[in-house]
Design a protein around this ligand. Sequence first.
Ligand SMILES: Nc1ncnc2c1ncn2[C@@H]1O[C@H](COP(=O)(O)OP(=O)(O)OP(=O)(O)O)[C@@H](O)[C@H]1O
Ligand SMILES: [Mg+2]
Length: 114
Amino acid sequence: MRDRHSNGFYNRSSELRTIHNALRSDRAELVVMFGRRGVGKSELLVRAIPPRGFYYQATAQLMQQQLVDLTQELNRVAGGRAIIGQLDSFSAVLAAVVALARRDKDDPFTLVVN
Ligand SMILES: Nc1ncnc2c1ncn2[C@@H]1O[C@H](COP(=O)(O)OP(=O)(O)OP(=O)(O)O)[C@@H](O)[C@H]1O
Ligand SMILES: [Mg+2]
């Protein structure tokens, strides 16, 4: 994956503001993003979430490989606060994400699986 916060990204300030406002909100929010293929939806998501947010772009690879990549992202987000061994199902990944999110109750946790 390309560096999530590199330069060369343009023309999305109002969309970023919309997403940031929803993420900052203390109420439940629903934001719908739609657009034709390749218009920049995924890139916008990547840019919109905080560096400590969990982001995973699903691929056509076998689930086994995707679980390796999901676990790696989980470890990145955990930032060395826990060594998380290889997770063997998507529900195990979600359970680990929930446990991580609950550790800092005052700190909102962002999860994106695209
Ligand atoms: N605002 C932007 N500035 C510069 N490059 C961009 C921008 N948005 C997207 N791109 C580039 O355009 C290409 C397509 O973007 P992206 O994958 O985000 O599209 P998408 O809408 O998610 O496509 P798909 O519908 O296939 O999932 C990528 O190479 C991405 O890096
Ligand atoms: Mg996409």
